[in-house]
Design a protein around this ligand. Structure first.
Ligand SMILES: C[S@@+](CC[C@H](N)C(=O)[O-])C[C@H]1O[C@@H](n2cnc3c(N)ncnc32)[C@H](O)[C@@H]1O
Length: 233
């Protein structure tokens, strides 16, 4: 028998058991995380459907956005380098979690949600020091940013249903977003129909339009970019 391989003060059998347990933990961890994520997604989908049945025009969709759409939104909005971001209509928070995963550690994300139920769910369910949750309407984005002393956002992302909102509300939201965006900042809106372009283009010019087919239903993703400051002026 070789001596000197046993860690001081620990019988070999205990060490072996610990190693096995540790190894098992390591192999089980990703599975446990995946199972938790699936459970979270299932609970979110149920809460989302309930929200849709109560307020179909306000929620505008029967299930939350897919992970494919989330990834496209992250890319379109340039979230990997953003410092201050606002999400309009986070719903049950699937998009919010995806945005937080992409954002730098020092960034801030403010959500503005009209539904008290969804707002409470996100406030209680997502623990992240970068997240600020706000109950209210997207029209109030300017006053909410000012109240929290947040800088002009580099990106505003919106899932709110412009096609079913009263036209004057839709126009006020578009004007308010264009007003608060930082120079060079982006407005990214995902919608089945193209109504949002009618409201935002007078303030921000022509958007880039893409489709995300891997979502139920497939949606258009519009990206506007506010002109950067002209360094010669
Ligand atoms: C289609 S859901 C998007 C949910 C989530 N972002 C997603 O992609 O799964 C639209 C959300 O916008 C919210 N909403 C509708 N009108 C709003 C408004 N004027 N201001 C803020 N949120 C609004 C609804 O309550 C709902 O949560």
């Amino acid at each position: 028998m070789r001596h000197g391989v046993k860690p001081v003060g620990q019988p070999r059998a205990t060490t072996a058991r610990a190693a096995t347990r540790h190894g098992l933990d390591e192999r089980l961890e990703p599975r446990i995380e995946r199972t938790a994520a699936v459970g979270q997604a299932a609970r979110d989908s149920l809460a989302f459907l309930r929200g849709f049945l109560q307020h179909p025009d306000q929620v505008g969709s029967v299930i939350p956005s897919s992970s494919f759409l989330e990834s496209r939104l992250v890319r379109c909005a340039g979230l990997h380098t953003a410092r201050c971001v606002v999400e309009l209509g986070p719903g049950t928070g699937g998009t919010t979690r995806a945005f937080l995963r992409a954002l730098p550690a020092t960034a801030q994300l403010m959500t503005i949600e009209l539904s008290p139920t969804f707002h409470a769910r996100i406030s209680a369910g997502i623990r992240d020091p970068r997240l600020i949750t706000q109950l209210g309407s997207a029209e109030q984005i300017g006053e909410f940013l000012a109240a929290r002393r947040l800088p002009a956002p580099d990106a505003v992302l919106s899932g709110i249903p412009f096609s079913t909102m009263p036209t004057e509300v839709a126009d006020r939201v578009a004007a308010a977003v264009a007003h608060v965006l930082a120079p060079g900042g982006r407005f990214v809106a995902y919608q089945v129909r193209a109504h949002v372009a009618r409201y935002a283009s007078p303030y921000l010019g022509d958007p880039v339009q893409q489709w995300e087919w891997l979502n139920i239903p497939p949606v258009r993703v519009f990206t506007w970019q506010r002109l950067p400051l002209d360094p010669t002026v």
